[in-house]
Design a protein around this ligand. Structure first.
Ligand code: ASP
Ligand code: MG
Length: 422
C-alpha cells in the first residue's frame, strides 16, 4: 500500500461533471489499495472572478488590510471545490472528508497573496487515512501565526500538493492537469514540440521560472528540497484508464541524472514576455554603482533578473537589467527620482517590447559549444541579441519580442527537439 497525493487543477475541477470524473479517478486509486490525499484547485475561472470583484470595489488599494481580505476571499474558491470533491467521492461510495488549510493546519508566514508554507501538521490527515478515508486537503491556502487565512500566490495549489506530499512522506505526488505532461517547448508555438518522459528537477526549475506554466515554481523548489517524486499528467484521459498505464504516463520529474533516459543536451526551450528592460545611462564608473542601483531596486521589493554593465568610456558606463512587466513603471520611477540624482547619471531608458528565450539542459554541463550554437542559430535568422546570461544548465538571451516565435522555432529544430528519442 502506498500513500499517494493527487492534485487536480482548475480545469479538471471546472464543472460538476468534471468533479464527478475526478472522484471516479480517485476512487479507482483508493480501491486499488492506496491511501489517498487529494488537493484540488478552485473551479477554473473562480479565483479570477473573486479577485475581479475586489478590484471593482477598490480599484487601486494596496494596503496590508486589503491584501488580508483578498486572501479571505480567494481562499473560498478552493474551499468550495474541496467540499464538492468530498461530496462527489461520497456519492461514489467512498468515505471522504475535506479540510480547509486552517483545519490541517498548514502554517504559513503572513505574506498575504504570496505566503510561504512553514509547516504542516499531518496528524489529523493521517488518522483519517488510517480509518480508510480519502482526505481532501484544500489547496492554495494556509494559516498564519495570528490565525489569519493566507494564500500561496497564483498557481499555489501545486505547492500545497507537493508540500503535503513532503510532510506526509508520500510515495508519489501526481499533478493532474489539462496538458499531458511537460513539453520540449510550448506546443502552441511549436506544433512539433514533444512530451518529455522524464525531466530533471533542475531543468524543471529553470523551465518553471521561465514561462513554462505547467507547475508553480515553488512547488518544484519544494519537490527538490524534500525529494518528492513528482509526476505531471493529464486529467482528460478516460477516468477508467488502466491504473498501471496511468501511473507511468505524463512526465516524471527525476533527481538522478542517469535516470534521465533522454540524453539530449538541450531538453527544452523556454520563453517569456513577462520581462522588460531598463537601463541607466551615463553613470560615473566607480566602485559601488551596482550596489547603489540594485540595492535601491531590491529595497523596493523588485526582483531583478538579467544584469549587464558596459565597459566604461570616458569614465561613464551604462547599466542595464530586466524586471517583470508588473514592476516596470515602479522601477523607471525609482531610477529617475532616486538613483539618477544620487549617482549623477545622465538618463534612464526602458523597453517593454522584449522577450527572453532560454535553452535548458543538464547536458550543457558536459558539452561545450552549446551556447555558441544558440548564437549561430539566432544570427542566421537575423535576430539581434540584446542581453545574454548563462548558468550551468541554461543560456538565456533577451531579444526583440517580435522575433520570439521565430527564435523558439529555429532553436527547437536546431537542437533536434522535434526528433523522437529512444
Ligand atoms: N486557484 C488558484 C489560482 O487560480 C490556485 C491554483 O489554482 O493553483 O491561482
Ligand atoms: Mg496551475
Amino acid at each position: 500500500m502506498s500513500l499517494i497525493v493527487h492534485k487536480y487543477g482548475g480545469t479538471s475541477m471546472g464543472s460538476t461533471e468534471r468533479i464527478t470524473n475526478v472522484a471516479k479517478r480517485v476512487a479507482k486509486w483508493a480501491r486499488a489499495g492506496h491511501q489517498m490525499v487529494v488537493v484540488p484547485s478552485a473551479m477554473s475561472g473562480e479565483t479570477n472572478r473573486l479577485l475581479a470583484l475586489a478590484k471593482e470595489l477598490a480599484p487601486s488599494t494596496q494596503s496590508e488590510a486589503y491584501f488580508r481580505e483578498l486572501d479571505m476571499l480567494a481562499a473560498t474558491g478552493e474551499q468550495a471545490s474541496s467540499a464538492l470533491l468530498a461530496i462527489a467521492l461520497q456519492a461514489q461510495g467512498v468515505e471522504s472528508v475535506s479540510y480547509a488549510g486552517w483545519q490541517v493546519p498548514i502554517r504559513t508566514n503572513s505574506a498575504y497573496t504570496k505566503a510561504r508554507i512553514e509547516s504542516i501538521d499531518d496528524e489529523r490527515v493521517r488518522a483519517d487515512l488510517e480509518a480508510g478515508r480519502v482526505v481532501i486537503v484544500t489547496g492554495f491556502q494556509g494559516l498564519d501565526e495570528l490565525g489569519n487565512i493566507t494564500t500561496l500566490g497564483r498557481g499555489g495549489s501545486d505547492t500545497s500538493a507537493v508540500a503535503v506530499a513532503a510532510a506526509m512522506k508520500a510515495d508519489e505526488c501526481l499533478i493532474f492537469t489539462d496538458v499531458d505532461g511537460v513539453y520540449t517547448t510550448d506546443p502552441r508555438v511549436v506544433p512539433d514540440a514533444r512530451r518529455l518522459h522524464t525531466v530533471s528537477f533542475e531543468e524543471m526549475l529553470e523551465m518553471a521560472s521561465m514561462g513554462s506554466k505547467v507547475l508553480q515554481i515553488r512547488s518544484v523548489e519544494f519537490a527538490g528540497k524534500y525529494k518528492v517524486k513528482l509526476r505531471v499528467l493529464s486529467s482528460f484521459t478516460p477516468w477508467d484508464i488502466d491504473i498501471n498505464i496511468e501511473a507511468k504516463s505524463g512526465t516524471l520529474i527525476t533527481f538522478e541524472e542517469d535516470e534521465n533516459m533522454e540524453q539530449a543536451i538541450v531538453s527544452g526551450i523556454a520563453f517569456t514576455r513577462d520581462e522588460t528592460k531598463v537601463a541607466v545611462l551615463g553613470v560615473p564608473d566607480k566602485p559601488g554603482i551596482a550596489y547603489q542601483i540594485l540595492g535601491a531596486v531590491a529595497d523596493a521589493n523588485i526582483e531583478v533578473d538579467m544584469i549587464i554593465q558596459n565597459i566604461s568610456k570616458g569614465g561613464l558606463t551604462d547599466f542595464s537589467f530586466t524586471v517583470n512587466h508588473a514592476d516596470y513603471a515602479k522601477t523607471i520611477d525609482l531610477l529617475k527620482n532616486v538613483v539618477v540624482p544620487k549617482l549623477g547619471a545622465q538618463e534612464v531608458v526602458g523597453d517593454t517590447k522584449i522577450c527572453k528565450v532560454s535553452i535548458v539542459g543538464i547536458g550543457m554541463r558536459s558539452h561545450v559549444g552549446v551556447a555558441s550554437t544558440m548564437f549561430r542559430v539566432l544570427s542566421e535568422e537575423g535576430i539581434n541579441i540584446q542581453m545574454i546570461s548563462t548558468s550551468e544548465i541554461k543560456t538565456s538571451v533577451v531579444i526583440d519580442e517580435k522575433y520570439m516565435e521565430l527564435a523558439v522555432k529555429a532553436l527547437h529544430k536546431a537542437f533536434g527537439l522535434d526528433q523522437v528519442q529512444a
